[in-house]
Design a protein around this ligand. Structure first.
Ligand code: DLL
Length: 437
């Protein structure tokens, strides 16, 4: 069957000059809109002696002030909205690590835009009318569930709004409802794989073909594990509440970086320390400007997500530039005995030794005023029966792999199967016990 053509997806293939012209026109309009409607933005522009007409080229975006998560907190809940509340038809919120959540709003136009972007995501991964999508992203204030739901409906796929959790029911639905595609966090899918196997089922008997995973960092190693164990194709989807929710960038059939929907989002990569814009190919913090969103426009939003622009054209034919898979956030970095450590580096090291994707946790503690780091890793049922000496060999190999990767000796403790809590949404990888007595 030939793939269906969706009018929304034509924006994926714009001629690059045409795309730049569209971006500039939209950038100028959104700056004007924020200047007139968002007091904080106007004040910051005025402090710089700038007016919207100063934006004459796309490069001029670098002159505009940044927006940060602290701005969202300071103007909680609605202080940065650019429309009156009577135009806001939906609110979502994202819980931060401290205090109040951040609240984001959508007009009817924004919901429509979001649905069309999610449709483009599904199309990019090969989902089409006739597919049955098990939507295991959480429904509620989290953007994942409803974001994917509206996109799938707009596409014309059959969506099962199962939300996250209740793994037994997920497996029953996957088996009985003819599910062909699923979306959830990658860590939850790893858990589902384990449970499918423990229930004596085989993926080959299920109709599942495509998985769309996001909302948390995952690695190429985890993709290999997922694809090998389940036989599906696994795609990465990226987004954040402050900008939209899911649907900011997505992988295509090439599985080689995520296409950014540049007709809607202007991206820059900046050095998180100096704030300077970095050239394509260099890793830095992703900064996003929304180009048409109405209720909650963001100018130069500092995402904290670290990535790089892949300048080469993708073999799939889309002209939208790609970003590399996001493996870490600038505020994720742990500093242990003076060494910078990202949790994703530890995961990559563990995966270089393990044959399957492990359940693990990084535990931070403090002894004698010094920060200590250790890793707890669950052994599988099969390995649990191994001789002690075999487990010791594994432990040493894991510690060695971590040392090779981050240059630090980190004790690895092997724990019994099912002792590390499973998450139904975003996995908790770092347990910080430093402030506990
Ligand atoms: O996680 C939106 C989303 C839902 C994205 C479903 C994809 C799928 P927040 O809860 O606001 O929104 O969290 C956003 O999660 O800044 C990243 O640090 C991280 N994140 C999201 N997607 C990915 C991904 C949703 N594919 C924060 N890879 C972002 C790595 C991701 N990190």
């Amino acid at each position: 069957m030939a793939p269906e053509i969706y009018p929304e997806s034509t924006a994926d293939y714009l001629d690059p000059d045409q795309l730049r012209a569209l971006q500039l026109q939209r950038l100028r309009a959104i700056v004007e809109r924020c200047f007139t409607r968002v007091a904080v933005f106007r004040q910051r522009m005025q402090q710089r002696g700038m007016v919207p007409a100063d934006v004459r080229s796309l490069d001029d975006v670098a002159q505009l002030p940044f927006m940060r998560k602290t701005d969202l907190r300071d103007h909680y809940p609605y202080g940065l909205f650019a429309v009156p509340m009577k135009e806001v038809v939906r609110l979502h919120a994202s819980s931060g690590t401290t205090g109040k959540p951040i609240v984001v709003g959508y007009t009817r136009y924004d919901i429509d835009l979001w649905s069309s972007l999610m449709l483009r995501c599904f199309v990019a991964t090969g989902i089409q009318t006739g597919d049955v999508l098990q939507n295991a992203f959480g429904y509620g204030l989290f953007t994942g569930g409803l974001g994917a739901h509206y996109g799938a409906e707009r596409l014309g796929a059959t969506v099962i709004p199962i939300s996250g959790g209740n793994t037994r029911r997920q497996i029953m639905v996957m088996k009985d409802f003819g599910v062909t595609a699923i979306c959830c966090t990658p860590s939850y899918f790893v858990h589902l794989i384990e449970q499918v196997h423990e229930n004596g089922l085989r993926f080959a008997e299920l109709g599942l073909k495509i998985g769309i995973f996001g909302a948390e960092p995952w690695t190429e190693g985890m993709r290999t594990h997922i694809q090998r164990e389940s036989g599906i194709r696994a795609y990465d989807i990226y987004g954040l509440s402050e900008i939209l929710g899911p649907g900011v960038a997505v992988e295509c059939s090439q599985q080689a970086g995520l296409h950014m929907f540049e007709d809607q989002f202007l991206m820059e990569i900046v050095d998180p320390q100096t704030d300077q814009v970095l050239p394509d190919g260099q890793v830095g913090e992703l900064v996003i400007t929304t180009l048409t969103k109405q209720a909650f426009p963001m100018i130069r939003y500092r995402t904290h997500d670290l990535t790089a622009v892949i300048p080469e054209r993708c073999a799939c034919g889309r002209t939208l530039r790609r970003i590399r898979r996001i493996q870490s956030r600038s505020d994720d970095m742990l500093i242990i005995r003076g060494v910078n450590v990202f949790p994703s580096q530890i995961e990559a090291a563990l995966l270089s030794v393990m044959t399957s994707s492990p359940h693990y946790q990084i535990v931070l503690s403090r002894q004698g005023g010094l920060d200590q780091i250790s890793v707890e890793l669950e052994v599988t049922e099969g390995m649990f029966g191994d001789r002690i000496s075999q487990l010791e060999v594994l432990q040493t190999r894991l510690a060695h792999a971590i040392e090779q990767t981050i240059g630090l000796r980190v004790p690895v403790r092997l724990v019994e199967p099912h002792t590390i809590a499973r998450s139904e949404g975003k996995a908790v990888r770092v347990i910080d016990q430093r402030d506990k007595k």
